[in-house]
Ligand binder design. Structure first.
Ligand SMILES: *[C@@H]1O[C@H](CO)[C@@H](O)[C@H](O)[C@H]1NC(C)=O
Length: 187
């Protein structure tokens, strides 16, 4: 079970959900609408897949997407929309790369990022910040980005399509890891 450590850490560290409302002073409630980013600033989170590396890859950069296409990554459309720069209410969506597994993974969870780097064997390494995302669904129009991981082909797969997520799990190839982030739909 290559992924048991990360999975168990994720289980005890659910993504933060912020209780807003009755217990907050009026001033806080009035500013709630300001804690969301402007969806018009979001960019497509472009998805591709390498058959040889069994690696799903996601980027907001059309330049980087073209570079990966040249390396043999096949276009798979758009997974959703995320922010290229930090907006109100968002956190970094870290991209990590595991050279041993040829796996790019993405997380908004700092503890999980640390575990992937310091505990998972072979280890992941910090790559870049892929963009900025929400930790919960409190901003209007956001949807969950689901994360599935395959131990057999060592691939992290992300989708906002719940049916696709369920299908990946029921295929027996992937294990459901839950919600990685909240983002905007592709269209
Ligand atoms: C990994 O562990 C080292 C040593 O404890 C620590 O300094 C470093 O911050 C950790 N890395 C991450 C990403 O947490």
């Amino acid at each position: 079970m290559k992924f048991s450590i990360s999975s168990s850490i994720l289980a005890i560290l659910p993504l933060a959900s912020f209780a807003v409302g009755a217990t907050l002073p009026l001033e806080s409630r009035q500013t709630c609408t300001l804690t969301c980013g402007n969806v018009q600033d979001s960019l497509p989170f472009i998805q591709s897949f390498s058959q040889s590396g069994t690696d799903h890859f996601y980027t907001t950069s059309t330049t980087e997407n073209a570079q990966f296409a040249a390396k043999g990554y096949a276009a798979q459309g758009v997974a959703g929309r995320i922010f290229p720069t930090q907006e109100p209410g968002t956190v970094p969506f870290f991209r990590l790369f595991n050279a041993g597994w040829v796996d790019h993974t993405y997380t908004a969870n700092q503890q999980l990022r640390s575990a992937e780097i310091n505990i998972t064997k072979p280890p992941y390494a910090d790559d870049i910040i892929a963009g900025y995302v929400y930790l919960d669904g409190s901003c209007p129009g956001t949807i969950p980005l689901f994360w599935a991981f395959s131990t057999s082909i060592t691939d992290s797969f992300f989708t906002t399509d719940l049916a696709e997520y369920d299908s990946a799990i029921s295929s027996g190839v992937y294990n459901g890891q839950g919600v990685a982030a909240w983002i905007y739909p592709a269209a």
